[in-house]
Design a protein around this ligand. Sequence first.
Ligand code: NAD
Length: 509
Amino acid sequence: MLETVNPATGEVLAVFPERGRREVDAAVAAAREAAAWWEGLGWSGRRIRLLAWKSHLVRYMERLAQLVHAETGKPLDDAKLEIILAALRIDWAARNARRVLRPRRMPSGLITIHLACSVEYHPLGVVGVIGPWNYPVSTPVGSIGYALAAGNAVVFKPSELTPATGEWLARSFREALAVFGQPMPVLQAVTGGAATGDALVRSGVDKISFTGSADTARKVLTAAAGNLTPVIAECGGKDAMLVAADADLDAAADAAAWGAMTNAGQACVGIERVYVANTVYHSFLEKLTQRVADLRPGSDSQARYGPMTAPEQAEIVAKHVADALARGGRAAAGGTDAVTPPYIRPVVLADVPEDSAAVSEETFGPTVTVTPVASLAQAVALANRSRYGLGSAVFARDRSAAMTAARSLRTGMTSINSVLGFALVPSLPFGGVAESGFGRVHGRDGLREFSTPKAITRQRMRPLLNLFSFGRTPRDMRRIVTLVTLLHGRLHRPRSTGRRRGAHGGRRG
Ligand code: NAD
């Protein structure tokens, strides 16, 4: 059995079963039947049901937020914010699935003009979603909502730290759909820890959408290899914020404070490093330390963020802070004494060497490093040294410099003059590169991740050339070679530049 505990008080909230291999397989078998029913409902049948689920979440927001608050310790308003994000994601997926995935004609080209071509996106069948605890509603719903909208059934394994929230989500789906008649088990939750997750990966589902640490992702990929089950991996990050000399420093400091400390820093796209132009480094640091000075963790209604949800994370945070200080960094706010589990007060570390753990590893706590740089280009180079590549942020007034820096950052997502902006928009693909994972959730790319493209060609007239037949003649072959040489055999020379023309005395003739 699995106990879910309030991390602020240590109180046991409820007990859930640890589902074993047999129970997970049974859930997947039931989901397979449900998937056929769900696909048969068509775009509009699924859309109306998903929108009903969305309104259910919004109407019962208070109740769900209380549960998330109790299980994770995050402030009630932060819990509400993630429920709102989840509702926006379901809404977008439900309303756009048909437009993105419906059959569409494709041009066939001159040589294959006899073929009418189309592509359409079919559901995969059953998708296994494995979720984390830090955003136990908005993160899994970012996969569940899009997978359901694409026509799949889902078996969801919530984190062992948030099983009550996971069960609530699956039950709310059933309740919301009850007005349409008895629903099939299109969304089920299977509670448990690593073994339950492993059973889901090995169950023969058609895809796994995994969110968690890179180390667990490696285990998931190994287990998935047995059945060649495809995997989306949404892993951790070490997101950097770049602050240019011309940036609005108040806005940048405000965003850095929130980006680093929200949810006690337990955010995959939380800001963990800031690189600031030399000329504004000291004023930025002062503004940032002023902003975090009033942030108090706790579980009361005035607290700005909650406890560390996973008790062992506090030890990692303490280790990173101690290592940074031992290597010559200095604490502009907080310090080793800020770590008083289950709470950690804000820690701002300045002048920390780039090879220390606080700069190179995911800390996942309310800490941030601030480092001066000579230019935006140097900031980009340092930011890109990370083995992670999830999100990033750039603060600069010069729009073109900001865009250049954003494009050069080797991350899946970048916000300019805001933090985490990309996570608010349900139409934008969400995901990372390198050790932050692969595959995308949200947006069109997210819908397509949970579909398989189906190409169809229909011969609409006799082919000009009989190519795909043993009846092909030497004449057919000569004609295709001639045609291809005419169409594709031309040598494409680079266009001559104005300067070269000048050197040859200008345009001829
Ligand atoms: P975790 O890797 O410990 O666990 C994630 C999930 O995997 C849990 O449900 C867990 O029970 C399950 N699991 C553990 N071992 C497994 C196994 N062998 N096979 C299958 N499933 C297994 O991560 P966590 O502590 O829950 O979450 C924190 C991590 O998640 C951080 O690194 C954070 O950055 C990352 N995260 C990423 C995103 C994103 O979208 N990129 C979002 C939230 C969190």
